[in-house]
Every structure is written in C-alpha cells, then in structure tokens.
Design a protein around this ligand. Sequence first.
Ligand code: FAD
Ligand code: UDP
Length: 371
Amino acid sequence: MGRAIAACVLAERIATQLQKRVLIVEKRNHIGGNAYDYYNEHGHLVHKYGPHIFHTKSKPVWDYLSRFTTWRPYYHHVLAVVDGKKVPIPFNLNTLYALFPPRYAEKLEDLLLDNFGFGKKVPILQLRESSSGDLAFLADYIYNNIFLHYTQKQWNLKPEELDSGVTARVPIYISRDNRYFQDPYQAMPQQGYTEMFRRMIEHPHIKVLLKTDYREVINDIRFDRAVCTGPIDEFFDYVYGEMPYRSLDFRFETLDQEHYQEVGTVNYPNDYDITRITEQKYLTGQVSPKTTLVKEFPQVYIPGRNDPYYPIPRAENRERLALYLKEVKTLKGSVLFAGRLGDYKYYNMDQAVTRALGLFEKEIARPLVVS
Ligand code: FAD
Ligand code: UDP
C-alpha cells in the first residue's frame, strides 16, 4: 500500500528475493511518494512535494539504491535571511563572522571552542541550557533569530514544545563547513527520483494500482500479508483519535532569468509566511535560461483537504501512537507498518529505506507464524 520509498524497497525485495507477487496500491496518480519528481512545462526537473536532497551515513543504503540509479554529486547549501543579511545555515563559525563585528565574533568563537571544541555539533536547546554570559547571549540570539519563528511557522509550536531532535537536525556547528549535511554520501539521482523508483519496481511480479485508496480494495484482494505505508491512525479508523501532522502548500514559480538566489535553499525564519525558497536547478544541475523556484507555506493538516507531510514529534503524540502500536500487535504480523506515516516517524529518505530493508529482513523474509 502506498507507492513511496518504503513501499518500492519492500516490493523490490519481496519480488526479487522471495519470488512472490506484490500489489502496490497508491492513491495518487504517480509513483515515488513525496520524493516524486517530474519535468515541468519548461523542461525543469522539479520535486512536486518539496526539495529532496539525498544524504546518508549508511553504506548499505547507498549501495542498495546505487543499483537503481547513478548519482550526481551534490552538496546542499542553505542561507538564512537574518537582520537583512543572508548567512550560512547550519549556524557555524562563518555565520558568527557574518553577523557580528569581527572582535566580538572572535570572542564568541573562542568561547565556543573552549566550551565545546572544534568540529562539535551543539543543538540550539542544549546551547541555551548550558550557556552563561556571552554564550548565553549568543544562544538567545540564534534561538530568536533562526529557530523560534521558523519553528512556529513550520510546526505552530515553539522549539521546546517539540522533541529536541527536531531542531537538533540543524545544530550549531563549530566549524567552517557551510554544507547543510556532513554525511559521507550526498548526491542526487542522476535521472531523478521517479526514474530510480521506476527501475526498482520494474519486475514482472510487481503490479501497481494508482489512484486507489487501499481501503477501497483491501477486502477484495487475497493476500498473505500487507504493509501499510499510509497513516497508521487512518488504518485503524482513528479509533484513538487523529494523529496530528503538519502539511505544506508548495507554490512553484518559473522566472525568466538564469538564477534567482545564491544557493539551493534560502530560509526565511523571520519574514513572510514561507519557511524557505528552493531553486531547483541547484539540486538537479540543469542548465537553462529560466529557473524554477518552490516556496513552502506551512499549513495545518486537515484529513481529506491536504496531505500529511510531517508527523509531529512530541510526547503527547507518542502516547497516542503507543495506543495504535498496541493495535498493531493484535494483527499478529498480518499487516505491517512502515514509513513516515506508517511508523509516524520523522524519517529522511535514507531512514525510510533502512526501515524497509530491516522490516524485510526481520519480518517478511521469515514465514508468518500465526499462533
Ligand atoms: P511517503 O513519501 O510519506 O509517501 C506515502 C505514500 O502513501 C504517498 O504516496 C501517499 O499518497 C500514499 N498513501 C497515503 N494514504 C494512502 C491510502 N489510504 N491509500 C493509498 N495510498 C496512500 N528526505 C530526505 O532524505 N531529504 C530531503 O531533503 C527531504 N526533504 C523533504 C522535504 C519535504 C517538504 C518533505 C515533506 C519530506 C522531505 N523528506 C526528505 C522526507 C521524505 O519525503 C521521506 O523520508 C520519504 O518520502 C518517506 O517515504 P515513505 O515511504 O515513508 O512514504
Ligand atoms: N529550523 C529552524 N530554522 C532554520 C532551519 C531549521 O528553526 O533555519 C528548525 C525547524 O524547526 C525545522 C527543523 O529545524 O522544522 C528541521 O529543519 P530541516 O531543514 O531539517 O527540516 P525539513 O527539511 O525536514 O523540513
């Protein structure tokens, strides 16, 4: 169910390793889940559901996906507009010098180096808790100018109302490395994500049913096992209430100019209703006299009205999730759950692949024992 990354990995594994037949049921009219990309009317490869940059620490994930695509090396760079200046994100030593007078920046740099050491990554909430004096001033400055309003726009919550891991995704990095990610493997699929997924599921045992909600067909299909990569609460008819998600509205614009901004993404923590603008050609490497941008407008998620893009990681939601996970146990392995919506976890693409590969090895490659 669901024709996204986790579903494609599972289908590929089941078809090629177990020689079993797989039916993928997807309610949208295309493959790839939220990593889907396509060529727009200007010939620009764009990511329909927001910018997707592949990065991972996992060699097994990299090797696995490399069977289905070649890669274009790409290091993502992000600037944020702060105090009218565009400064590097994650906040690093270069950001310090871009925002403060040189003498004071030097003082702050020394304090960061003394307290944490070169090369360390410090989440903003940790920096705020552990600092005093000038470092406390710096922590408050970063919190107020980079994290607070961006997070309120994106999640409708303050940073401390979310699991600390959310803002820790973009830590203060005590280095001069301006790249958004430091993973050893960072690249874009050369022919795009959709083509990579198409190759994964190109197998006589794999069939795909598009534009179909699995709930419409589940009672008409005979199957040994199902894997749900759609929302876990939807599967159980919201018996314990809705799991909250955040949605986004993506607005695309194509401009009659070669470039719009200096790097792939510019964040707007404090201005406008958007969180960020991404210029697609930086990610894809396409050359064109025009350029396509995508602006992200965060939205409240309303079932049936828009899409659930982000599970919201915080304690009260984990409590509700635990109730659903108890229900999963009663299914005794006949239905498994995976992916960002099925697991209700803020996965990156590589984590969704790891989860699917793990589920295959641990649960699916073994025969189902019903007691
Ligand atoms: P998803 O991509 O979540 O797709 C779920 C699929 O299930 C959808 O196609 C949906 O239509 C289908 N579905 C839902 N309900 C039903 C139903 N009832 N019946 C049938 N089908 C159904 N990750 C990165 O690694 N790098 C990035 O730069 C990055 N950027 C992102 C930017 C944005 C704006 C977003 C939203 C996500 C980003 N991600 C990024 C995360 C990435 O999208 C996910 O990790 C990945 O797509 C998760 O895949 P998945 O298999 O869980 O399914
Ligand atoms: N964040 C922020 N300001 C920024 C960048 C990120 O406050 O300039 C916070 C915000 O809460 C965001 C989270 O860090 O949701 C994770 O950012 P990331 O870029 O990883 O988000 P994603 O690409 O998953 O939307």
